[in-house]
Design a protein around this ligand. Structure first.
Ligand code: LLP
Length: 425
């Protein structure tokens, strides 16, 4: 069987960097989030090297909601990307990692006064406003000019799951370009003395495979800018570039796509007679998803009266929510028996008291036995960040592997951690 392109094995063992996955599982325990640091660095470098154009300024901003820890902030800073944060918590993490605040973009559709204050005190580069009431909250807090982008919604329908599609006209995010009130707000932003209005931001959804959706997004926004003669210095097109979770997924070839996107923008700018502007993108998933593998130890197995086979792992929907939340599909293999024939159909499920606790609905594995190590691939994005303590299950550790180096970047939670905020213990 051919593996996903980023999966390596040697002598029947899954390799992550120069380590066997079994060795990592033994040493750090399971469930374990393993991130291949080299893969993440290569992705950041590919984005930086490909998202360039001779006549346009460009910037790659990592969407930290996909995966954020202090170590990740440091990596992003070292690789020279900027950072998108959407909450006081993400901003605080960046601050504690000493991330250069001149490279931080503060998003969110309902920023609190406290969060906006924090952003101003920390000196974040740009606040991405979602709506007019946020502006009303921001203005009294300003004592000097604040760079601002406005999130708009160009009405592009990208083919993705409803919960991660963000730009239909009635989306909770941003303001529709079809709504005349949006233009009125832009005109107000241009007039406000303490607002340095830089331009527009949009994000059309996540896990998108069609380049056409992004071309359409850019064209629609540039047409809008041209039609209303807006003076715009920056245009942020968001993230959303899809990745492979299974062999059926056909992601865009990013190096070619990114160059062609900028070329398309450059040509559209010329044909509309617009001045060059800085173009930004905000990839999250495409930087980290395929770097991550979750390792689980298999406990029991069982076959129901209808001959359905279950394999139970020592994690759950608490560390892997995407299957139940989005019907997401994943690829899994036995890390300690990579050459064995996958001839038995299983449902992979975990420890949570919930029938929806499904990690993989249907997959083929070799007949599993207690103690086998199950590797679930492409779990580097939106897994650690969306994990919970449901059933008081402690969150797994996160480790970074870089060839023959390995380090813990997030400690495994303990039972003490689970009750640390409980009063009366
Ligand atoms: N920029 C903005 C404004 C966003 O809202 C997002 C994602 C991104 C960038 C990054 O998108 P990416 O490149 O990672 O697709 N929890 C969901 C994904 C939600 C994405 C929300 N916004 C999931 O697990 O699929």
């Amino acid at each position: 069987m051919t593996h996903l392109h980023f999966v390596n094995s040697h002598n029947g063992q899954l390799m992550i960097g120069n380590f066997t996955a079994s060795e990592l599982a033994n040493r750090f325990g399971t469930p374990l989030y393993v991130m291949d640091e080299k893969y993440i660095r290569n992705q950041t470098r590919m984005f930086k090297a490909s998202f360039i154009h001779p006549t346009l300024l460009s910037e790659v901003i990592y969407a930290s909601k996909a995966f954020l820890t202090i170590a990740m902030c440091k990596l992003i800073q070292e690789e020279g990307l900027s950072l998108d944060v959407v909450s006081g918590g993400e901003l605080y993490t960046a601050y504690c990692a000493k991330f250069d605040m001149n490279r931080v973009y503060f998003h969110g559709n309902n920023k609190s006064e406290e969060e906006l204050r924090m952003a101003i005190v920390y000196g974040v580069s740009t606040i991405v406003l979602d709506n007019e009431s946020e502006l009303e909250l921001l203005l009294p807090l300003l004592t000097s000019a604040q760079k601002v982008l406005l999130r708009v919604n160009p009405g592009i329908e990208a083919h993705t799951h409803e919960y991660i599609a963000t730009t239909k006209n009635d989306s909770k995010f941003g303001l529709s370009t079809a709504d005349p009130a949006t233009l009125a707000l832009i005109e107000r932003l241009i007039r406000e003395p303490l607002i340095d209005f830089l331009g527009l931001h949009a994000h059309i959804g996540s896990q998108i495979f069609e380049s056409e959706s992004f071309f359409k997004e850019a064209k629609t926004l540039l047409n809008y800018i041209s039609e209303h003669k807006l003076v715009v210095r920056e245009l942020n097109l968001g993230g959303g570039f899809g990745v492979a979770y299974t062999r059926k997924d056909q992601p865009l070839s990013l190096p070619e796509f990114l160059r062609s996107l900028l070329e398309h923008i450059s040509q559209t700018l010329s044909s509309l007679g617009l001045s060059p502007m800085k173009i930004m993108i905000e990839p999250g998933r495409s930087i980290v998803a395929n770097s991550g593998t979750t390792l689980y130890t298999i406990g029991s197995t069982k076959t129901t009266i209808n001959q359905k086979n279950y394999v139970f792992v020592d994690g759950s929907m608490a560390d892997h929510i995407r299957t139940v939340l989005y019907g997401a599909q994943y690829t899994a293999l036995l890390a300690n028996r990579m050459s064995d024939v996958c001839d038995t159909q299983y449902t992979v499920t975990g420890k949570a008291c919930e029938s929806g606790d499904i990690i993989i609905k249907e997959t083929y594995l070799p007949p599993c036995t207690k103690g086998d190590i199950l590797a679930v691939f492409s779990t580097g994005a939106y897994h650690y960040t969306m994990s919970s303590n449901y059933n008081r299950l402690p969150r797994p550790a996160v480790i970074f592997v870089n060839d023959d180096q390995v380090r813990v970047v997030v400690k495994r939670e303990t039972y003490q951690d689970l009750i640390r905020n409980d009063i009366g213990a």
